[in-house]
Design a protein around this ligand. Sequence first.
Ligand code: PRP
Length: 177
Amino acid sequence: MPQVRDRRIGVLFPAEAIAARNAAMAAEIAAAGYRDLLVVAVLKGSFIFAADLLRALHGAGISPEVDFISLSSYGAGTVSSGSVRVVRDIESDVAGRDVLLIDDILETGRTIGFARDLMLERGARKVGLAVLLDKKRPRAVEADHIGFVCPDVFVVGYGMDAAHAFRELPFVGVVED
Ligand code: PRP
């Protein structure tokens, strides 16, 4: 079991499985018929997933524009605070365009729901949601493209953090001790 910062990390989704799933998701997104596509990565947690999914999208023949929005609802804690904050906004005009939001994990849906509503308020024609992990639970928003259904445990790695640590791990894991 990998040991990082003196903690044992159980591997939940290995790098190879994520890479294979990214390629399949890219094919699915290519088949979904997005037009004049702007991909918006929801930072910070999605930065590694977005980088890999974008390169997979290139492999699937998609040539989007890319922008970034930084949202925060959890801060340094592990429980959602309930309110979403725009830390850094996109620079692109989304009016009349298709937008694909990329986030690392869907839990309550507040973060991606907030981002989707923001894009729609600004006149986006269609807003798709792509998430690597879906912690299935009753909520108002569902993703269009899902990497993996995730058990209800606190996950780190592949961009996701515990108090800003463990984002560098090439796999999705669980801190065991
Ligand atoms: C995490 C994650 C998602 C969101 C998911 O972000 O990256 O954006 O929470 O939870 P939800 O579906 O309940 O809204 P976080 O606020 O921890 O910020 P970070 O991405 O900057 O680490």
